[in-house]
Design a protein around this ligand. Sequence first.
Ligand code: UDP
Length: 468
Amino acid sequence: MEQESHIAILPSPGMGHLIPIVELAKRLALHHNFRVTCLIPTTGTPSNAIKGVLEGLPAGIDHVFLPPVSLEDVSGALPGIQVSLTMTRSMPSVRHMLKSLAETTRLVAVILDHSASDALNIAKELNVSSYIFFPSNALALSLLLHLPELDKTIPCEYRDLPEPLKLSGCIPIHGRDLMDPIQDRKGEWYRLFLRLTEQLRLAEGIMVNTFMDLQERAIKALADEEARNPPLYPIGPMIKTGQSTDQVEGWECLRWLDNLQSGSVLFVSFGSGGTLSSDQLEELASGLELSGQKFLWVARRPNNDLANAAYLSNQSHEDPPAFLPQGFIERTKVQGLVVSSWAPQVQVLSHSSTGGFLTHCGWNSILESIVNGVPLIAWPLYSEQRMNAILLVEDLKVALRPKTNEKSIVNREEIAKVIRGLMVGEEGKRVHNHMKELKIAAKKALREDGSSTRALSVLASKLAFNTK
Ligand code: UDP
């Protein structure tokens, strides 16, 4: 009997990368009959949130935690550097696992997070096809694919460019709004990141978590450069499905939403790792209160140094009164609910009482909002989120964005104004209407004959008949 076709997938640490690639694994197993093994890099005991995503996966998907790598020598480094080094240092175990899978199964491909591009060479050695899964959008991917040539042609820091950068098919973005890793060209992070982007073209194809109707011009521009870029497969939106145990703690917030009016609640969350400074946290609390709108806020202890301080840490469930302004919880107990660190976000966004989402603009959060037709307030914090915010506000027109003051703080009056604008204002109606159109387009992309379903089917057939 012919052996099942097997695919190995390799995500990078961080929920925003793990969640969509695991969804891809589910589609490959359930719709295309592949056996899938997820290789999970670790630096210690995996968090409950990670275990929650991996628990109860359907038959046909296994996961293996790779031996933890030590980051003791770089414990004070930026989370982005730590992620990069976790991947590099995990490569000996990745090689070992892939070799063993190639010897014992019909391994037809490895699918890698873009930060695992070192594994492209390992796959080549083992004569296994290799693909990248890019968890963000076509604008960010375009920047990654063009970075090696930008590095050669642009002499200054990108933030000092006099004109916005115009990538083909994409909205122009000012250098200061480009993604974090490239903001300091003399730094270690830039060096690691540039090397990673130089390797991307070794992949046989790149899957990207977007869809044709969302980013048609950017996708087509990348496809037109196919002589230089690997073939592109827009297969999104891949968003979290099913429920997992990490969500049990936030369950009470769904019951709270049950009793409220349709579309009346603003959901406020900064992703799996976003943190605000203490001044900004105080302004946000006051702004929410001042807006008079109902809110559900996933709050985290402030951090004055980093905007993604919680990105790699285990979720700590600290009591919000310990770090919110005195008396805030008591004063807003009818108006809002504050939960600590983590909420079942997909369920919250699909709840009929949720009418808006103040988000840090992580790409998964954006896709989850699109799928549920929830309009946004864009509050970018780190990574490629400033680019995403510009895409949402200026190109797709599905978000409002508050202005910062001269101290780079969004003050309470501005917050209250934008919240009211979204929830009860005319501008809110406009962005809501655009969001409803995107919701329909997302659904269409995932229909049996939809663009994303077809893109994944083309790739799956290619892999199933792979005789490499
Ligand atoms: N998430 C969640 N509950 C939370 C915070 C985040 O379920 O309280 C999930 C969210 O639904 C999304 C992911 O974690 O799937 C965060 O990914 P995103 O790309 O939005 O941001 P990141 O955390 O990677 O910056």
